[in-house]
Write a protein that binds this ligand. Structure first.
Ligand code: ZN
Ligand code: ZN
Length: 125
C-alpha cells in the first residue's frame, strides 16, 4: 500500500493482535475502520506512532488525498475533543489516516474519549 500523503511504501505493524500500516518515510499511520479507536484504548499503543510530530505538522497542511485502499476521495476531519487534530477519513471504507504524532496526541485524552465516546465531524473550510 502507498502512503496517501508522500506515496512511499506503508508497512504493516502489529500491535496486540491488530495490524495497522505505517509509512516508511513520513511515518503516517493508516487504520482500518474501528482499529484506531481500539488501539487508542490499549495501554502503551503510542509506540506505534514512531514519527516526528514536526513532519506530521508539515503534512497536515497539504491538500486532498485519495484513499490508498479503495480510491475514494478522503474527507478532512477534525477531532471533537481536540480540535487542533486534523485527520483524513475515507467515506468509502472508513479507513483513517493520521499524520505522525497525531495518534499519541489523540491518546492524551483517552479517558475523556472513553467516557464521552468518539465524536468527529467534518472540518469546516
Ligand atoms: Zn508517507
Ligand atoms: Zn477507502
Amino acid at each position: 500500500m502507498r502512503c496517501p500523503k508522500c506515496q512511499n511504501t506503508m508497512r504493516e505493524v502489529d500491535f496486540e493482535g491488530l495490524t495497522i500500516e505505517r509509512c516508511e518515510c513520513c511515518k503516517g499511520l493508516w487504520f482500518d475502520l474501528h482499529e484506531c479507536k481500539k488501539l487508542i484504548a490499549i495501554k502503551g499503543s503510542e509506540i506505534i506512532d514512531a514519527g516526528s510530530p514536526s513532519v506530521g505538522e508539515e503534512h497536515n497542511k497539504l491538500g486532498v488525498y485519495d484513499c490508498p485502499k479503495c480510491l475514494h476521495r478522503m474527507s478532512q476531519m477534525v477531532d471533537h475533543q481536540q480540535p487542533h487534530i486534523w485527520y483524513e477519513q475515507c467515506p468509502g471504507c472508513g479507513g483513517v489516516y493520521l499524520d505522525a504524532g497525531e495518534f499519541s496526541d489523540l491518546k492524551d485524552v483517552t479517558v475523556m474519549d472513553m467516557l464521552k465516546g468518539w465524536f468527529a465531524k467534518p472540518r469546516m473550510s
